[in-house]
Structure formats: structure tokens, C-alpha cells
Design a protein around this ligand. Structure first.
Ligand SMILES: Nc1ncnc2c1ncn2[C@@H]1O[C@H](COP(=O)(O)OP(=O)(O)OP(=O)(O)O)[C@@H](O)[C@H]1O
Length: 239
């Protein structure tokens, strides 16, 4: 579904992604993790062509994304920080998004309803709380029923009930609808229930890429935070 080959990215002289090769398939939930500044968001932005890459190729559903933009309609993206137009209301934002995607008439409103976004539809986007913004952002990512979901820190700021609603929705998307989900989070507990593969970036390089079942077996741990601690404390490099 997504194939990344020899991807390199610099910001001026600073090398942020170094020879990344990855292949993601439908029905997978990939946890993209690593320390602050390791290149997770830059990798996501490369897939979305929100940054230009100097070297390497990315294919989304067999289509090379270089100089393309139509493929983005297949991706529901929840950015780490969503810069909404401050003076627009929630209602106006959804209306505007629907008007941009005239090709879609059948919407997924399940998160809109589960998060009760209707109750805040008149609020201006500029005054939404952090958690409210996350809810709006998550509902928008699912709205057009994309085949691929890319979520950058989706649970940050969500209350526990909303967190569970989002995780249940993601599980359904992966297990019942065979969607590809790429998710970053520093809250590793949030990934335990949903991730079946872990891609760990370190200083812009792939440190390891392993199935969750293999990681559990190798470390004899069941929780992702313990798994990562175990790996980082051993001499093995898991590359
Ligand atoms: N537009 C930019 N211009 C210059 N440097 C940038 C830019 N965007 C990101 N960087 C740098 O690239 C590196 C990787 O940043 P990135 O946001 O991809 O990391 P991350 O792994 O997502 O981090 P975090 O966990 O803190 O969200 C950092 O050193 C960051 O300062």
C-alpha cells in the first residue's frame, strides 16, 4: 500500500531522514515511534508530500507520489498540531471540507457522533480546548472513509473516554475494514491494544522494524513501554 525506498531528507545541512526503506500493507497498524526529533513527523510529511525529499521514492498504492497530489484523497491525516482557521466555526469547517471533497457523498460520521461534535458546532475553532481540537481533527481524518489513516500523536490531550472511543474506531478500521493505520505516539500504553508492528526511528535512521508478536517473544514483555526499555537496555541492535 505504501512503499518507501532509500528516503533521505535534509533541512539545510541537518540530515533528518537517512536511507529509510519501509513497506506498509493494508490491514496493518504500524506504530511509528522514537525519541523527540528522530524524524517521525518528517517521515509522515514525506508520505503526504508536505515536505520535499531530496533522494528516494515513495509509492502509495503503486503510484509514485512525486509531483502528484490526487493520491492524498486516499489518506486521512490527523496532524500533530492542527492549524485551523481561528474565526471559522466547527460547523463551517465541516461544511468547507465537504465542499472541497465533492467526489464523496457517503461520510463516516461515527466519530463526529461519538465525540458529540454537534454540541460544539457553533464554537469558533480558535477557542476550542486542546482535546476538542483533537476530536475535530480525528473526526475529519475519518470523514471521507480513506483507505489509509495517518495519525500523528492522536491521543495527546484526549480524555480517557474519548481515548477509548478513538482506539475502538481504529481497531475496527484495521480489523473489519482492512485499512492501513500509521500512528505515532509517545504514550506507548495507547499503542498496546492496536499496534501489530513497531517501526522505531533513531536519529533519522531505522533502528528496528518488528512485528509486535516477535517483540513480545524476544523480550518476554507484553507492554510496549517495557519492550522498548528492554531493547534499549540490551547490547543487541535489533536492526
Ligand atoms: N521545517 C523544518 N525546518 C528545519 N528543521 C526541521 C523542520 N521540521 C523538522 N525539523 C527538524 O527535523 C528533526 C526531526 O523532526 P520531526 O518533527 O520529524 O521529529 P519527531 O520524531 O516527529 O519528533 P517529536 O517526537 O518531538 O514530535 C528535528 O531535529 C527538527 O528540528
Amino acid at each position: 500500500m505504501i512503499k518507501i525506498e532509500n528516503l533521505n531528507k535534509h533541512f539545510s545541512k541537518h540530515k533528518v531522514l537517512n536511507e529509510i526503506n519501509l513497506h506498509f500493507s493494508a490491514g496493518e497498524c504500524v506504530a511509528l515511534i522514537g525519541p523527540n526529533g528522530s524524524g517521525k513527523t518528517t517521515l509522515i510529511k514525506s508520505i503526504l508530500a508536505l515536505v520535499t525529499v531530496e533522494k528516494g521514492e515513495i509509492h502509495v498504492q503503486n503510484e509514485n507520489i512525486r509531483n502528484q497530489s490526487d493520491y492524498r484523497s486516499k489518506i486521512g491525516y490527523m496532524p500533530q498540531i492542527n492549524r485551523f482557521p481561528e474565526h471559522m466555526s466547527v460547523q463551517q469547517l465541516f461544511k468547507m471540507m465537504k465542499s472541497i471533497r465533492k467526489d464523496v457523498t457517503d461520510y463516516d460520521l461515527s466519530l463526529y457522533e461519538a465525540f458529540n461534535i454537534d454540541s460544539m458546532r457553533k464554537k469558533k475553532l480558535g477557542i476550542l480546548s486542546g482535546g476538542m481540537r483533537q476530536k475535530v481533527s480525528a473526526a475529519l481524518a475519518f470523514l471521507f472513509k480513506p483507505e489509509i489513516l495517518i495519525l500523528d500523536e492522536p491521543t495527546a490531550g484526549l480524555d480517557p473516554v474519548s481515548n477509548e472511543i478513538l482506539k475502538k474506531k481504529l481497531k475496527e478500521a484495521i480489523e473489519k475494514e482492512n485499512k492501513l493505520v500509521l500512528i505515532t505516539s509517545h504514550i506507548l500504553n495507547d499503542l498496546d491494544d492496536i499496534a501489530d508492528r513497531v517501526v522505531y526511528l533513531m536519529d533519522g535512521s531505522l533502528y528496528f522494524d518488528k512485528q509486535m508478536t516477535d517483540l513480545k517473544e524476544e523480550t518476554s514483555e507484553s507492554r510496549l513501554n517495557k519492550i522498548i526499555a528492554s531493547i534499549l537496555n540490551t547490547e543487541n541492535h535489533y536492526v
